[in-house]
Design a protein around this ligand. Structure first.
Ligand SMILES: [Zn+2]
Length: 282
């Protein structure tokens, strides 16, 4: 049995997973106002709630840039203050005396999908997570491939518009400025459509919404072509809150895009299932 953790800036999810099945889960708010002390306290609580003598390893999906080989947080934004540099794997091993593995949550989400669909273990799979930002991940035959050759699969910062909107990464026209939930809401608001209402309006046939959705589809097509240049894929999985919000309009949204696009299936448990799959040999 493995204890799997998904550490984010809002909360820490944890689950006991045995033979690929989630047995028990817990939710712990992330303390973000006391630096690394707060983050480790949240992590400790999330593990302590479920730890028992049958746990053979702890597998962690985490926000931030994670060096899995070193078991260390290379970079985290101010959403998780003090987290940069944290040796998360060593911390868990020393405290609990069990093996531990950690990886980035975007990569874990893709591995979660691969875990649920064994056919993907034979293919090259890209993932785009359209949430408050745009996350990316890429795997070849079931293994994450994120290195200098594909800019660590940071697909949200590939360009979709020349001289476009300035991104917080310093470049212009990044996908994140057009396809994230925030960007979509901004676009919709300009046309008088309420927050998170675009796909509802699209479903009910609102012509303004249809126009915006057609533009989003074009941006997605450009992004997919950019992804293909460094990370050629057979299947692209779309996940994240924006994708969830498409509800029954998903098929209409992707209609006509000349790629095998699928919707993410793992939902809330994606990170933990991916961490479980990542740590399968521990
Ligand atoms: Zn950017």
């Amino acid at each position: 049995m493995k204890l799997c953790v998904d550490l984010g800036a809002t909360n820490v999810k944890s689950s006991l997973i045995s033979d690929g099945k989630i047995i028990r889960s817990a939710l712990t708010p992330t303390i973000t106002d006391r630096g690394i002390e707060g983050v480790t306290e949240s992590l400790r609580k999330s593990i302590d709630k479920l730890m028992n003598g049958d746990v053979s390893a702890v597998c962690i999906s985490s926000a931030g840039t994670i060096d899995s080989a070193e078991g260390k947080v290379i970079y985290a934004t101010d959403n998780l203050p003090g987290y940069t540099g944290f040796e998360i794997v060593r911390w868990v091993k020393e405290r609990y005396g069990v093996p531990c593995a950690a990886l980035n949550d975007g990569h874990a989400a893709l591995l979660g999908e691969i875990f649920l669909d064994p056919a993907l273990r034979e293919s090259r799979t890209a993932m785009l997570t359209l949430g408050s930002g745009v996350g990316g991940a890429y795997a070849v035959r079931g293994k994450i491939k994120a290195d200098e050759s594909n800019d660590y699969a940071r697909f949200g910062h590939l360009p979709v518009e020349k001289d476009g909107i300035l991104c917080n990464c310093g470049r212009r026209g990044c996908a994140e400025q057009y396809l994230s939930g925030r960007a979509i809401n901004r676009m919709a608001a300009k046309e008088g459509i309420g927050t998170d209402k675009l796909f509802e309006e699209y479903a009910s046939g609102n012509p303004t919404a249809q126009k915006i959705v057609a533009r989003l589809r074009e941006y997605l097509c450009v992004l997919l072509r950019e992804v293909e240049k460094t990370s050629p894929f057979d299947v692209c999985i779309l996940g994240g809150g924006v994708t969830d919000g498409m509800k029954e309009t998903f098929d209409a949204f992707i209609a006509g895009i000349p790629c095998d696009i699928r919707r993410a299936k793992a939902g809330n448990a994606a990170g933990m299932l991916g961490a479980y799959y990542f740590g399968k040999d521990l």
